[in-house]
Write a protein that binds this ligand. Structure first.
Ligand SMILES: O=P(O)(O)OC[C@H]1O[C@H](OP(=O)(O)OP(=O)(O)O)[C@H](O)[C@@H]1O
Length: 155
């Protein structure tokens, strides 16, 4: 059942600003990071819950879990691991196939407005008729996801 938006975890910068002293920060980030908005543990707990919700939607159907590279790789890896754990707990078998699409629209920190999808027509064809779960890390302007859905819709 969809959650009431008033119950969402809303990360507001002024409200959630944890001091760096509370965490172990890799040295190479220390010059650039001022505070922590979302602690790693909270992210992992949410991914675990998301994995539970996703797996409970499927019943023995083959699913292609597709990572949108490069940014999506860490979230994808964590999500797939938690999906496997959730399936074990639910005593379910879900044949999962992993796939990868390289999509790029940003040059440094600016959206270039051009979305480049690295996938051949043959690769797109292979996804035809399959249950596809796209795993992306960020939606900012939404251009990347829009183009990706349009491209996949034409397969
Ligand atoms: O909603 P949008 O404004 O389109 O932005 C979101 C996209 O931008 C980033 O990718 P990027 O183009 O930086 O490529 P990368 O993942 O290889 O770094 C991010 O990983 C998303 O794919």
């Amino acid at each position: 059942m969809p959650m009431d938006p008033s119950q969402w975890i809303d990360v507001v910068e002024d409200k959630f600003k944890y001091q760096l002293d509370h965490f172990v920060i890799p040295g190479h980030y220390s010059e650039d990071v001022e505070s922590i908005l979302i602690p790693h543990g909270l992210i992992m707990d949410r991914i675990s819950k998301l994995a539970q919700l996703i797996t409970s939607e499927y019943d023995n159907e083959r699913v292609v879990v597709c990572c949108v590279l490069k940014g999506g790789h860490q979230f994808f890896s964590d999500l797939v691991n938690y999906m496997k754990k959730a399936l074990n707990k639910q005593g379910k078998t879900l044949p999962i196939t992993l796939d990868f699409i390289r999509v790029k629209s940003y040059e440094n920190d600016k959206s270039s407005g051009q979305v480049h999808i690295s996938m051949t027509d043959k690769e797109l064809q292979e996804l035809r008729g399959k249950n596809l779960l796209l795993v992306e890390d960020i939606i900012d302007t939404g251009k990347t996801m829009k183009k990706l859905l349009e491209t996949l819709g034409r397969r």
